[in-house]
Design a protein around this ligand. Structure first.
Ligand SMILES: O=C[C@H](O)[C@H](O)COP(=O)(O)O
Ligand SMILES: C=C(OP(=O)(O)O)C(=O)O
Ligand SMILES: [Mn+2]
Length: 487
């Protein structure tokens, strides 16, 4: 167990005296406190040992010895917590990480937005919806742990926090069981659960199969010549969970002192990694106060409204001891703004000598609404921000060390992927968005689009490794996806 940094005045509840952005107003505060008291008695979902291991691995990301894949749903829902969905989601994150390993020849640190990603900050506190033909203003949907998606179910209900705990526990239990049963194995037990049976593109299937076959071959070769190795880069796979730390009452209830460290360190045991959203990162606010005291590695969303000095002030509060592995900066400016905002942020952080992992979230700055009122993102814009981020880091003597994506491996019963983002190799069109739009909040890349993106990033990392790319040109900017991966 690692030593705790000094925490002057911090307690798991010291956030309660600070201004709270995106606050949820419960009609019955006493009921809320009684639900939180119950959660305080429930067992932790993850352990300090796992959390410390992730922090060490993120320190390796900061040293460019690993690459971070942070990905999953914008908002999980209780109803989507099914065996099929969890297999498909785990399958996608493992597939994408294999593709990245192939190109980068680096370990991929997998941190999923799963097993607790239920709360959503919103741009507007209310929205106008149609209820029985009448335009009615109702509170916005804030995620399954706050209120219901149905317009008539928008009153925040404390019992939903308890339901979130149990859905997180069920999710985590199933993921751990799948991984312990060889779900990630590339060997003979390779389950079809994360094969690409449903992917209709022959090209995608062939590329992925070639990679897994080559990896299996390499592993076989190491075995024959007697190198110690596991049977797969994904055996005994490290897989971590994360969510936005928004509902601080819930986070406090799962914040537990580690028995073995002196002074006592507090761990948020609801997930390995938590992040502060772009809407709740006020220096004097409740979220920053809470986050500064926990030992977990912390993500910070960095949007276009963040000023350089403010970013450094935030780092000073969250990581006063400049501890490696503690802070991951997740930049999300939008393709049109990255050029303006990323360079000064790189310069400010460099000058401060704060160790950080730089990660690009190419999703949240690139949301658009179609004329039909559907929230979507275009694959090409996502690629554009990611491309620019790789290049800008290289031009400024820095390095992009990971990516944060909203994607899902979720399939319909008849084996079709969701239709929420435009473009990609399947060339998804605006008039097709309605077909299988299942997201409760932001549009996610579907299985095929996620593989498209993985091949692009993998190819970039491969070229960079072999010295063919020096940070310019990088990934191609096609609206319809990739050409073919490099050999
Ligand atoms: O996931 C991020 C935010 O919660 C989301 O983008 C907000 O969406 P909104 O602008 O529709 O409120
Ligand atoms: C709310 C999110 O993003 P941001 O805070 O960057 O808008 C998110 O990642 O779901
Ligand atoms: Mn989102």
């Amino acid at each position: 167990m690692s030593a705790a940094p000094s925490q002057d005045g911090w307690t798991p509840s010291s956030w309660r005296t600070k201004p709270f952005a995106q606050a949820v107003q419960y009609p019955d505060e006493a009921e809320l406190e009684s639900v939180l008291d119950k959660i305080k008695t429930l067992p932790p979902l993850v352990t300090p040992t796992e959390i410390d291991r992730l922090r060490d691995q993120l320190a390796a990301v900061q040293r460019n010895e690993a690459f971070l894949l942070h990905a999953g749903d914008c908002a999980e829902s209780f109803d989507a917590c099914t065996e099929a969905n969890l297999r498909n989601k785990l399958g996608l994150i493992l597939s994408v990480s294999l593709i990245l390993i192939w190109g980068a020849r680096l370990p991929i640190v997998r941190v999923a937005r799963i097993a607790g990603q239920y709360a959503k900050p919103r741009s507007a506190p209310t929205e106008v919806v149609d209820i029985d033909g009448v335009k009615t203003e109702v509170p916005s949907f804030r995620g399954d742990n706050v209120n219901g998606l149905a317009p008539t179910d928008r009153t925040p209900a404390p019992q939903r926090l308890l339901a979130a705990y149990f859905h997180s526990a069920a999710t985590l239990n199933h993921l751990r069981a799948l991984l312990a049963s060889g779900f990630a194995s590339l060997g003979e037990n390779h389950p079809s659960g994360w094969s690409l049976r449903h992917v209709r593109s022959k090209e995608l299937r062939a590329e992925f199969t070639a990679i897994t076959a080559a990896l299996a071959d390499a592993l076989d070769f190491s075995r024959v010549i007697g190198l110690p190795s596991s049977s797969s880069p994904l055996d005994e796979v490290d897989f971590y969970t994360s969510h936005e730390g928004l509902m601080l009452g819930y986070e406090e209830a799962l914040t537990r002192p580690s028995p073995s460290s002196k002074p006592r360190a507090h761990y948020n045991t609801s997930a390995h990694f938590l992040w502060i959203g772009d809407r709740t990162r006020q220096l004097a606010g409740a979220h920053v106060e809470y986050f500064r005291g926990i030992r977990n590695p912390v993500g910070v969303k960095v949007g276009p409204s963040m000023a350089g000095p403010e970013l450094v002030a935030l780092l000073d509060i969250l990581n006063p001891d400049k501890e490696p592995g503690r802070i991951t900066l997740i930049t999300r400016y939008g393709a049109a703004k990255v050029e303006t905002h990323l360079p000064p942020h790189i310069a400010a952080v460099k000058a401060s000598a704060h160790p950080v992992a730089w990660v690009c979230d190419p999703m949240h700055g690139n949301t658009q609404t179609t004329p039909a009122g559907i929230k979507t993102r275009h694959f090409s814009t996502i690629v554009a921000e990611l491309t620019a981020s790789f290049r800008i880091h290289a031009e400024h003597g820095s390095r992009l060390q990971g990516t944060s994506l909203e994607f899902t491996g979720e399939l319909t019963a008849d084996g079709f992927s969701v239709t929420e983002c435009l473009g990609g190799s399947m060339g998804l069109r605006e008039d097709e968005l309605g077909a299988r739009y299942h997201s409760f909040c932001d549009p996610r890349l579907n299985f095929e689009q996620s593989l498209d993106l993985a091949f692009l990033v993998s190819d970039h990392l491969r070229k960079e490794r072999s010295g063919k790319e020096r940070g310019s040109g990088v990934m191609m900017l096609e609206t319809s996806g990739r050409k073919s991966i490099g050999k």
